[in-house]
Design a protein. Structure first.
Length: 239
């Protein structure tokens, strides 16, 4: 029994050590047109960003305080859209808000700094909460994918189907021929999406270009640990 417990403690210690290392590598960029970050030879740049708050178009995306953040490790990275405010969702609607919606849409251009760096799949997933309507869920993440040769559309995730992905012929994304991810994040209480019940929350949405299965599982395993140190790191930066 003692030996088994020692193994368990050692296992958790190793996991914590890996999570701490992951936090140190985390990078963020504001979700605004021109926002950019680079990780593992891929540069992600935001363009054409627009934001609708409770049915009203805003001047730009910066008023939402959403950020892009690198998650996962290894030769392939994932980008997560999260709120820069601790404990806050990316988008939300209160239960008494009536028939309305909030929406963020943007293009994420992906380019490689090395001619040998290729991409071969794009994925989108989400985390959120809220009732689902009969016509469509109230929380959705949608993405069309434009490669150097083909446009793929219809990648839509919801509370009932959290992940969608599309594979394509591997290619090297360049400035003249990038991989473009056209992303739309939305929460809604409009008729046909479940009525006025709420609140409706989109906590995060993850965009991948992509990760191997083993790394994706690792990222999932340490998600709870990295979230805590990520917020702590931001708090330290603000003080």
């Amino acid at each position: 029994m003692i030996s088994r417990r020692k193994h368990q403690i050692a296992g958790w210690t190793a996991l914590l050590a890996m999570a701490t290392s992951h936090c140190a590598l985390a990078q963020t960029a504001p979700l605004i047109s021109g926002g950019s970050l680079t990780y593992n030879s891929l540069t992600y740049t935001v363009s054409a960003c627009s934001y609708v708050l409770l049915g009203t178009a805003q001047a730009d995306c910066s008023v939402d305080n959403a950020v892009l953040e690198v998650i996962g490790t290894g030769s392939r990275a994932s980008i997560e859209v999260v709120s820069d405010s601790t404990g806050s969702p990316v988008l939300s609607i209160a239960s008494n808000a009536g028939n309305t919606y909030s929406d963020i849409s943007f293009t994420l251009g992906v380019t490689a700094s090395s001619a040998s760096r290729t991409v071969d799949k794009a994925s989108i997933s989400e985390a959120g909460s809220g009732p689902s309507g009969t016509a469509q869920p109230q929380v959705t993440s949608g993405m069309s994918v434009v490669t150097n040769a083909t446009t793929y559309s219809g990648l839509t995730t919801s509370l009932s189907s959290l992940t969608a992905s599309v594979p394509f012929t591997p290619f090297n994304p360049t400035v003249s021929a990038p991989l473009n991810l056209n992303v739309d994040l939305k929460v809604s209480t409009l008729p046909g999406t479940g009525g006025n019940a709420g609140p409706v929350l989109l906590t995060s949405s993850t965009l991948e270009a992509p990760e191997p299965a083993s790394i994706a599982l690792f990222a999932t395993a340490i998600a709870g640990l990295t979230a805590g140190c990520r917020r702590k790191g931001r708090a330290q930066q603000q003080t």
